[in-house]
Design a protein around this ligand. Structure first.
Ligand SMILES: Nc1ncnc2c1ncn2[C@@H]1O[C@H](COP(=O)(O)OP(=O)(O)OP(=O)(O)O)[C@@H](O)[C@H]1O
Length: 257
């Protein structure tokens, strides 16, 4: 019997390491993200998620290891790799003196797209993000959630094969979050790959088909959501893997008002 070889992973990380002074933020992580998967990345605060995604997408240079996007080495062929990716980074400054419409348009033109296509996609994306009424408002005057949605629209405009989204739902209202989930689910159904970092286990369990758990710069578990969670919920598994539930002893003074 002949078996068809697995397709090249959408993202393949090998031995990634990043130190900040004496702090090892990412401690030799290897991970394959299959094409067409909806991959969740979870971990406690300070686990190394943002650092890992930054190393994977070329925003930070690793001390060791490699990242390949659909087989293309992100550091040897950065332009090819970046063409394949849409990125929503966490905490990176946007050009916030542009309006929402200008920001998304700029992202499209920067990707070398023609003006007409950029214009019509910008219109579609702003409508999908419920930002049409605020298209002419400066991003600096947007709320946190509106800013997140404008940045997400900018990441989608060139129809990349891989989306890497750091906390895409943070500060986003429930209706917009449901709309964004629909967009991402449809995108995955048509063959795109999504990686999202999130703290919301329930969301990851419902939305993602794969999950990786990171803590202290190490990969603790990775695979399909069903394999990682076993018989329990993802949240239970997460707490069991990561530990660190603290008790409120020591805060008795908080009840002394
Ligand atoms: N530029 C930096 N300089 C120094 N230390 C850093 C830097 N960036 C991250 N770190 C440290 O590396 C570790 C991992 O941080 P990272 O932001 O990757 O975590 P995270 O999992 O994304 O956390 P959160 O869920 O809170 O966003 C933390 O201990 C953090 O203090």
């Amino acid at each position: 019997m002949t078996s068809t070889p697995d397709p090249v992973p959408a993202l393949s990380l090998r031995g990634l390491v990043k130190q900040f002074g004496s702090k090892t933020a990412v401690n030799g992580i290897s991970l394959d993200v299959p094409q067409g998967s909806f991959y969740g990345l979870v971990g406690p605060n300070g686990a190394g998620k943002t650092t890992l995604l930054s190393l994977a997408t070329g925003l930070l240079r690793p001390d060791a290891g490699s990242a390949r996007v659909h087989g293309t080495d992100g550091w040897a062929q950065p332009l090819e790799a970046k063409r394949l990716m849409g990125i929503l980074p966490d905490g990176v400054r946007l050009f916030d003196r542009l309006t929402g419409e200008q920001l998304v348009t700029y992202a499209g033109l920067l990707r070398g797209m023609d003006r007409e296509t950029v214009q019509s996609r910008t219109r579609d994306l702003l409508a999908a993000m419920d930002l049409t009424a605020d298209a002419g408002t400066l991003v600096v005057d947007y709320s946190a959630g509106m800013t997140k949605k404008a940045a997400l629209a900018s990441a989608l405009i060139h129809a990349p094969r891989l989306l890497v989204l750091d906390e895409p739902f943070e500060a986003v209202d429930p209706v917009s979050a449901a709309n964004i989930r629909d967009i991402l689910t449809g995108y995955v159904r048509s063959g795109g790959t999504v990686i999202v970092s999130s703290h919301v286990m329930d969301l990851v369990q419902r939305m993602c088909d794969h999950v990786a758990v990171v803590a202290g710069g190490n990969l603790l578990a990775a695979g399909t959501v069903d394999d990682v969670r076993g018989d329990g919920s993802l949240e239970d598994r997460f707490v069991a893997l990561v530990g660190g539930r603290t008790h409120s002893e020591g805060l008795e003074w908080l009840r002394t008002f």
